[in-house]
Design a protein around this ligand. Structure first.
Ligand code: KE4
Length: 429
């Protein structure tokens, strides 16, 4: 079977042939690859072709595919149960492990996706403050629940408008969308509507428009403003959790959000999300409090075992140092290779997650990301894919390096990048 045949057959029953839109390659064109096996840094498609994988399932596969400790933990647990629908010590064990790295997550609730984690966090914020509005930032993605599928209103300070059919105006109007890194806009919003704002939700490093770092003082100011106005600060660390350090950005920068959302890595590839924070907030959740939330497979034992095994391997300092060293090597190599070929490329890096921008300067918000030469990205993507190196099928996603991406593999990718950058330079000449 070819990828084209697999795609045609899939599209006959799955909407767009996929179960998540970005996988359809619409942003870069071409036929998405259908995979049958992952091994270390590699994926193998239905045609038997192998690719070095820089998507890593959008973050969870930080150890690479098929890491023995994780597979063994999953198999051992699956032999006992696939799901209880009742409490198991594994949930407590993973929650305690997470709290040891994220002390701000005094109490935790597991869910089965990052979307559910942020949805629960914002319901909690509204439920505990009694306020209707939340603030998010353009270019940040917090999952697909209605209140987050909102575009900035006509003026930056007007209430949101739906960013997808099916999102009621009334819901969208409860979300204020501001420019990332624009603390003045946040200050003004709170001066005008502070009494109505329940929370500010932010990706502390924005991983859904490439990877855009916070400007110095941005996160600290968010903390000060929200505290001053009695609003909650929600860190969406679904991507950044365990990347720069085991305690995410909040540990790296010594910040204390009121609520934190995690996902991806804490499931090691199986469906897990988590929301956590001070007990005085979290205890508003059912069954202790009135804020309802539930889930059939929340805290699934096999997923818990996968997350525990993943975090155990990640806790080995020698391996974490190795991962960071590999990612730093890759970052430097990409910048130097592009410069050698005369291609404007800026790269950001947070531990082992990177952002690639075809621009000589680093963007600070969505408008500046859009102003980069993202039109070069599809040619880059396909040039690399043809050579067996698979990056995200969208310029607005991050690039992930796993523990399995050793220097030999990274060098092979840099060699391919040199050829692709050279061909891009020729086209531009
Ligand atoms: P999920 O519901 O997809 O597990 O998590 C939503 C989410 C929440 N917060 C952040 C910061 C996220 O990045 C995500 C999901 N990330 C995307 C890729 N950037 C998932 C990939 C996809 O949508 O197919």
């Amino acid at each position: 079977m070819t990828n084209a045949e697999a795609f045609e057959q899939a599209a006959n029953v799955l909407v767009g042939g996929v179960d998540s839109p970005v996988r359809a390659w619409k942003a870069v064109g071409g036929t998405p690859r259908f995979f049958v096996r992952g091994e270390g840094a590699y994926l193998e498609d239905v045609e038997g072709r192998r690719y070095v994988d820089y998507v890593c399932s959008w973050g969870p596969m930080i150890l690479g595919h098929g890491r023995p400790e994780v597979v063994e933990a999953v198999c051992e647990t699956a032999r006992k149960t696939l799901s209880f629908g009742a409490p198991s010590p594994l949930e407590t064990e993973l929650a305690e492990r997470i709290r040891s790295f994220f002390p701000t997550m005094e109490k935790i609730r597991f869910v089965t996706s990052g979307t559910e984690a942020t949805m629960t966090a914002l319901r909690l914020a509204r439920g505990t403050t009694g306020r209707p509005l939340v603030v998010k930032f353009a270019g940040c993605y917090h999952g697909h629940h209605d209140g987050m599928l909102v575009a900035a209103g006509s003026g930056a300070l007007t209430l949101g408008t739906p960013d997808s059919p099916g999102v009621p105006e009334e819901v969208a109007r409860c979300t204020l969308v501001l420019p990332y890194n624009d603390i003045e806009a946040v200050e003004t919003a709170f001066q005008k509507q502070g009494r109505e704002i329940a929370a500010v939700i932010v990706e502390p490093w924005a991983g859904n428009m490439g990877l855009v770092p916070p400007l110095p003082g941005f996160l600290e100011s968010l903390r000060e403003i929200t505290s001053r106005h009695g609003a909650l600060l929600v860190f969406d660390e679904v991507i950044t959790g365990f990347r720069p350090a085991e305690g995410g950005v909040q540990q790296k920068m010594g910040l204390t959000p009121d609520l934190t959302c995690l996902g991806k890595i804490i499931g090691g590839g199986l469906p897990v999300g988590a929301v956590g924070g001070r007990g005085e907030i979290m205890n508003h959740l059912a069954p202790l409090g009135p804020v309802y939330q539930a889930g059939t497979l929340a805290g699934n034992p096999v997923a818990m075992a996968s997350g525990l095994a993943t975090l155990e391997v990640l806790s080995r300092s020698d391996l974490r140092r190795q991962l960071d060293h590999q990612a730093a090597f890759f970052e430097t190599g990409l910048v130097e290779t592009a410069r050698h070929c005369g291609i404007p490329l800026s790269v950001t890096r947070l531990g082992s997650v990177l952002g690639l921008f075809f621009s000589s300067s680093l963007p600070r918000n969505l408008d500046e990301v859009r102003a980069t030469k993202a039109n070069l990205y599809p040619a880059f993507f396909h040039g690399m894919a043809e050579r067996g190196h698979l990056f995200a099928p969208s310029a607005f996603e991050a690039t992930f390096v796993s523990l399995a991406h050793d220097e030999k593999i990274l060098r092979s990718t840099l060699d391919a990048a040199r050829e692709v950058f050279a061909s891009l330079a020729e086209r531009r000449a």
